[in-house]
Design a protein around this ligand. Structure first.
Ligand code: TYM
Length: 341
């Protein structure tokens, strides 16, 4: 796609933190919609490594994971010829705008962020300032590219609302500078739950690997994790099962993978044992993830190809981001470099 063709399309933007193992929750809540929406937008898909260091990461693992996540974006079906894929730290404007936006974000707003409250409980030995101000970095990620639509899971809704508030505040203080982005949160699958503790969301960095399905789990592991998923003491599926945390979650995953409504799936399995649903769900997952994993292996085998996509993505991103950043600097009263030469 040429720059002028790309410039005509509205912008779709999203990102995932390279922490843990890319999981089914991330696919269903976010990536699946990136793939489905990419046709009508210019997609910008970021591996947000600056976000990942709000929690301690092993350097060698982080390095590998960034490339692995980018390859998984491609394996999921993002077309690199039509979209921009890059690693966040390759585009310095994210850190630069984030500093500016920190100065337009109130502590009262950050104090309300539920993800900060959750994460600071889980990482009590490392409640760092980055973890606290991270929503301003996420706002920078989005606002730098004048994004129209941001497909995310339900847990990011609050951050998106804050992004909109920050953008409106800046626009009103100066003059229209940022596009106000719309969230895209799917009707089905916006919050996939943990397999062992279905009252909490499935998390890619859960310390118990039985809580999540990793997109790279081999078939025997996928089958074992589904088989062991926690349900309740009833054995048979009824129309009310959709409201049950554990079995409702499995029905939701099945419905999304098979493009059916939740009600239709509950009808289809009504009167069947839980084990029947688990067996069919495991088949659907293996059927979906095997070709995904083959594409992934192929992409990881061509590191030169992957690097060239990421380099080109970063180059295009830097160009777009620098245009917004210079506008911002001008509006707040920074002197343009080289002005008096
Ligand atoms: P992260 O890395 O925690 O999650 C990546 C995406 O997956 C979604 N998600 C889920 N959806 C459904 N069910 C689940 N159990 C589940 N778990 C995670 C998340 O909602 C998210 O869409 N701050 C973001 C990353 C980010 C970003 C951005 C997103 C940074 N900059 C700009 C959009 C635009 C995060 O930590 O997501």
């Amino acid at each position: 796609m040429t720059e002028s063709q790309a410039a005509k399309k509205p912008i779709l933007l999203s990102g995932i933190q390279p922490s843990g193992h890319l999981a089914l929750g991330n696919y269903v809540g976010a990536m699946r919609n990136w793939v489905n929406l990419q046709q009508d937008y210019l997609g910008i898909f970021i591996v947000v490594d600056l976000h990942a260091i709000t929690v301690r990461q092993k350097p060698a693992d982080l390095r590998k994971r960034c490339l692995s996540f980018a390859a998984q974006y491609l394996a999921a079906g993002i077309d690199p010829a039509e979209n921009i894929i890059f690693i966040q730290s390759h585009v310095p404007q994210h850190a630069e705008l984030s500093w500016v936006l920190n100065c337009y974000t109130y502590m009262g707003e950050l104090n309300r962020m539920t993800q900060f409250k959750d994460k600071s409980q889980r990482h009590q030995d490392n409640i760092n300032a980055g973890l606290y101000t991270y929503p301003a970095l996420m706002a920078a990620d989005i606002l730098l590219y004048q994004a129209d639509l941001v497909p995310v899971g339900a847990d990011q809704k609050q951050h998106l609302e804050l992004t909109r508030d920050i953008a409106n505040r800046f626009n009103h203080t100066y003059s229209p500078t940022f596009k106000i982005p719309e969230p895209f949160i799917p009707q089905a699958g916006a919050r996939i739950m943990s397999l062992q503790e279905p009252d909490k969301k499935m998390s890619k960095s859960d310390s118990n690997e039985n809580n999540y399905i990793a997109l790279l789990d081999p078939p025997d592991v996928l089958r074992r994790k589904i088989k062991r998923a926690v349900t309740d003491s009833a054995r048979e599926i009824t129309p009310e099962s959709v409201n049950n945390a554990g079995i409702g979650n499995l029905l939701t995953i099945y419905s999304v993978l098979n493009d059916q409504t939740l009600a239709a799936v509950a009808d289809q399995f009504a009167g069947q044992q839980y084990s029947v649903l688990k067996g069919e769900l495991a088949d659907s997952l293996v059927g979906f993830l095997e070709p995904f994993q083959q594409r992934y292996d192929q992409i990881m085998g061509e590191q030169g190809y992957l690097s060239s996509i990421l380099d080109e993505g970063a180059q295009r991103a830097r160009y777009m981001a620098s245009r917004t950043l210079s506008k911002v600097y001008r509006k707040i009263g920074f002197v343009a470099p080289g002005r008096n030469r």
